[in-house]
Write a protein that binds this ligand. Structure first.
Ligand SMILES: NC(=O)C1=CN([C@@H]2O[C@H](COP(=O)(O)OP(=O)(O)OC[C@H]3O[C@@H](n4cnc5c(N)ncnc54)[C@H](O)[C@@H]3O)[C@@H](O)[C@H]2O)C=CC1
Ligand SMILES: O=C(CO)COP(=O)(O)O
Length: 215
């Protein structure tokens, strides 16, 4: 929006970068999306260290959209943990979630997205770390176990921070309804309905069975 409205060249940085681990100087990777590779190199030189490795891509849309959508998938992973469903189910959630992230970019940014961007840190790596170590996963697990709303859990567990997953699922739900694409995104839809208490969390698996490519 800033680039379009103000004509300012913006870069976007996303990656498997849980803040406490970056602060502890543990090895990790990150992705910068920027249309101007020369400027990207300047940014890389400014922030890369031995333990914070930067890659540059021009596909800014995918980098940015991955950062938002992975939080929805992390909620589904947390629901799995809360239900005690195990690692195979969680792996299925992550895979189906990744497919929906790719499908979303294909549907909404047909000219902008490049599939290889999903293999950068901003894609599959950020998805994995968020589904194991993020706040969306942690609070979604407690949503199931404690049967409290996300608002209450945020107040109790996040010290003033807000979860991005439920809010993003709601906004994505509106976009999918507008485009009549709800049937192609059962995981995103289920997370939105569960977070709003419009679907029992146990029904998550029924929605995963609706995954279009598993028919
Ligand atoms: N904290 C972490 O370890 C990491 C976070 N991320 C991602 O970065 C994003 C932000 O996370 P944090 O900075 O940790 O969260 P945070 O809760 O500390 O900050 C989010 C900020 O966004 C603002 N905000 C929320 N909704 C808004 C809206 N609709 N309009 C304008 N401002 C709004 C909030 O007021 C808050 O200042 C999330 O998508 C998260 O998944 C990515 C990597 C690591
Ligand atoms: O995005 C994250 C790690 O890359 C952190 O995810 P949460 O917002 O769920 O904590």
């Amino acid at each position: 929006m800033i680039t379009n409205l103000l004509d300012i060249n913006c870069a976007v940085l996303m990656g498997a970068n849980l803040a406490n681990e970056v602060a502890d100087n543990k090895f990790c990777e990150t992705t910068i999306g920027i249309k101007c590779p020369g400027f990207g190199k300047l940014l890389k030189n400014a922030i890369q260290t031995d333990n914070f490795r930067v890659s540059i891509v021009e596909d800014t849309y995918t980098v940015e959209v991955c950062g938002a959508l992975k939080n929805i998938v992390a909620c589904a992973a947390g629901f799995c943990d809360g239900l005690g469903l195990g690692d195979n189910t969680k792996a299925a959630v992550i895979r189906i979630g990744l497919k929906e992230m790719i499908r979303f970019c294909k549907s909404f940014y047909p000219a902008g997205h490049v599939t290889t961007t999903f293999f950068e840190s901003c894609g599959v790596a950020d998805l994995i770390t968020t589904c194991y170590g993020g706040r969306n996963r942690r609070l979604s697990e407690q949503f199931v176990k404690q049967k409290k709303s996300f608002e209450v859990l945020e107040a109790e567990m996040l010290n003033g921070q807000k979860l991005q997953g439920p809010q993003t699922a709601e906004e994505v739900g509106v976009l999918l309804k507008e485009k009549k694409l709800e049937d192609s995104f059962p995981l995103f839809i289920a997370v939105n309905l569960i977070a709003k208490n419009q679907l029992p969390v146990e029904k998550l698996i029924d929605y995963l069975r609706k995954e279009p490519e598993s028919y």
